[in-house]
Ligand binder design. Structure first.
Ligand SMILES: O=C(O)C(=O)CO
Length: 325
């Protein structure tokens, strides 16, 4: 009996640190992986290596657009990112050319939600300001009222966006005795957490913690502007694990300086990387971390496997696990 060997399908992998598990999976399922070596990824290297590939494993946050699709060629059958957010991808261009595009939202929600809860507590209880007081020999043992924070117990926890990440945060906060969960999204979301759909104005007015857990879109860009911060409670702890562009950052700096809000915890900001002399870093009431949402090996490996499976499914004519459109 003669066996027919399928030609190897070529997959360009845009970064050399993609977990081996994903490369092994692609190779075991009949793909040749062409791995770009440059760190940070070099567009020139990608453009040089991408012509003629069947699929692209896009493992970094540079623009993923018509330029890359043109360089790849018309035989391209699948692209998957290794991220939840797709603000750097020209989805309209993928739709127009009917190139399947995948991403990894379901996986990231757990590690991002863990981090969001960490930011709620570290910002709400003044970890950064407290550390600075120690460094400046200003630990006030003589004071009773000093670095007073916001507890989750009895608080209204509000969410802009209540998809996978927002609901994973609410799940983690079950049992923390929040007064209620409220959220603002375009449409109401059935949810087991008793979270109530409210207008954006109510979200601003009522939240003691306000967590941004939505993607950056034309609708959400700079949604948190000077007017929004003015409408928030002075004790409000603002947390952003969505995207920096959802916030007018100078307005946030002003709100934190003037006490319009109490504190902020940011995993995302503008720009990334944030320059070491950025005003955000001067604020004692702002916890800033360098976009660590998915920085655990467990989640990174799972994201890479989901991206590989998105690609394999599309190459085998099946729907992607997490299609972007
Ligand atoms: O997966 C993403 O898009 C993230 O930004 C996780 O933090």
């Amino acid at each position: 009996m003669s066996s027919v060997t399928r030609p190897l399908r070529k997959v360009l992998v845009s970064h050399p640190s993609v977990p081996k598990a994903a490369l092994d999976l692609l190779q075991q399922r009949g793909c040749e992986t062409i791995v770009c070596e440059s760190v940070p990824p070099s567009r020139a290297e990608i453009i040089r290596k991408v012509p003629g590939v069947d699929a692209i494993f896009w493992a970094h946050y540079q623009p993923l657009n018509g330029e890359i699709l043109d360089a790849a060629g018309k035989q391209l059958k699948a692209v998957s990112t290794m991220s939840s957010g797709l603000d750097y991808a020209d989805i309209a261009e993928f739709k127009r050319r009917q190139v399947p595009l995948g991403h990894t939202p379901g996986i990231v929600k757990n590690s991002v939600a863990d981090l969001a809860v960490g930011l709620m507590i570290s910002a709400g209880r003044h970890f950064h300001a407290g550390r600075k007081e120690i460094e400046n020999s200003l630990w006030r043992t003589e004071q009773i009222i000093w670095l007073m924070g916001q507890e989750v117990r009895g608080s209204v926890v509000g969410f802009l966006g209540f998809g996978g990440v927002g609901q994973a945060i609410a799940k983690r906060l079950q049992g923390w005795d929040a007064a209620k969960f409220i959220y603002h999204t375009r449409t109401q979301r059935e949810n087991p957490y008793g979270a109530v759909h409210v207008s954006f104005a109510e979200l601003l007015r009522e939240s003691d913690f306000l967590v941004v857990a939505c993607p950056l879109t034309p609708e959400t860009r700079e949604k948190f502007n000077a007017d929004a911060f003015k409408a928030m409670k002075p004790n409000c702890v603002f947390v952003n694990v969505g995207r920096g562009g959802i916030v007018d950052q100078p307005a946030l700096v002003n709100a934190l300086k003037t006490g319009e809000i109490a504190a902020a915890g940011l995993d995302v900001m503008t720009p990334e990387p944030l320059p070491a002399n950025d005003p955000l870093l001067q604020l004692p009431n702002c916890v800033v971390i360098p976009h660590l949402g998915t920085q655990t090996m467990q989640t990174t490996i799972e994201m890479s496997l989901t991206a590989a499976n998105n690609i394999l499914n599309a190459l085998e004519g099946k729907p992607m696990i997490c299609p972007a459109y």
